[in-house]
Ligand binder design. Sequence first.
Ligand code: GLY
Ligand code: MN
Ligand code: MN
Length: 459
Amino acid sequence: MSSPITGTSAGNSALLAACAARRARLLAQLPPGAVAVLATAPEVLRNADSEYLYRHDSDFYYLSAFTEPDSVLVLVAARAATPARAMLFCRPKHPEREIWDGYRYGPEAACAAFGMDAAFPIDDLDAQIATLLADAPALYYALGSPLDARVRIWRAALRQQARSGISAPPSDADLLPLLAELRLRKDDVELASMQRAADISAQAHVRAMRATRPGMFEYAVEAELLYEFRRNGAQAPAYNSIVASGARACVLHYSANNGRCLDGELLLIDAGCEFDSYAADISRTYPVNGRFSSAQRQLYELVLAAQSAALQAIAPGQPYSEMHQAAVRVLAQGMLDLGLLQKDVHGNLDDVIANQHYRQFYMHGTGHWLGLDVHDVGQYRDITAADKASRALQPGMTLTVEPGIYVRPAAGVPECYWNTGIRIEDDVLVTEHGYTILTAGVPKTVADIEHLMQHSQQS
Ligand code: GLY
Ligand code: MN
Ligand code: MN
């Protein structure tokens, strides 16, 4: 039996056990007998009858490991003597479609391969759900999603049975915040996939660094990244790769990647792969010709120092926002020291921070949660606290640390720094005692980058 092209989940007993544990953790939070319904992502047409590469829904995958489209997961929380149940609704077997589109499990094989309690053809969902929802105390699903319309139909059908004493769930509740909270702390199976995604992405950055030569097009450097991703089994880039040389590095979401990398420019690469549904997200910035100019080195060392300060702010119990404040403090001081900001115009360090003058050159946050989504789910603030303070970091959380500096031509800014964009981004796991960097395999000191590149450019 082959596995679906988008994943390797079936038969992976650690993954299936992890999914069962995640379902149990979710159901433990629901009232007895409550029903949770979760649909995977739809296929999306690119044009005519060509589809975009299919990507399942992250929440759906988190609870099922199932990667086929047209699937719905229904969970029922235990009630009295009735144990909890997990039911998968998926595409039925279809010998002719399988000739065109490839293998599909069908309910029978999927039930066994993915450790479900039952599985049915997707077209049976409406009929089956009527029984499951009858007298259930609550329905949990993604409020505001396309399932809304389906739920209205289910409710209408249940109302028709009111005379038989059957009642619809008195309330609908949002499933997604519960899942977001669970997904925020990664289990061991997730961390193994994330480390692999990080390792492959790190290798890809090293390959790109080694391959870069003055005169190359950005897309040719991007090709080196993609080659390394795919040859190591990553399913896809986790997001649109940014390969931006010179002034283009100041465009935060640049993705055309069609300019030339010129001698004397810095090249900013922000790229990471998705491995078994988990993202890596790495940025490195290095000289196209292998040697930093002195102005480039000044800015680079500043961003590196900001990243180091941000990393030192990561430990269990520390507020998430602390790393941003640490990075901003270092960057703002550097902007004053290098003359990007002037004391007589912008004031001292505290003024620059209080008035956010640093935002002229550093206008984004210092990181985000990372996981199944590159900008992963999960609150950044304690929404139960009156002041909604930044939430405390906990072991098992994974995040990026990515300070940068972007200097566009402007009056009062020394010309030697113009058109320079730098970002240094690593992926970090919060541990019991501090943190570990998942993406340590790519050089980031000036000396290490120059050593790697000079060694490569000779060969
Ligand atoms: N690559 C997206 C980000 O760095 O947030
Ligand atoms: Mn990022
Ligand atoms: Mn990034």
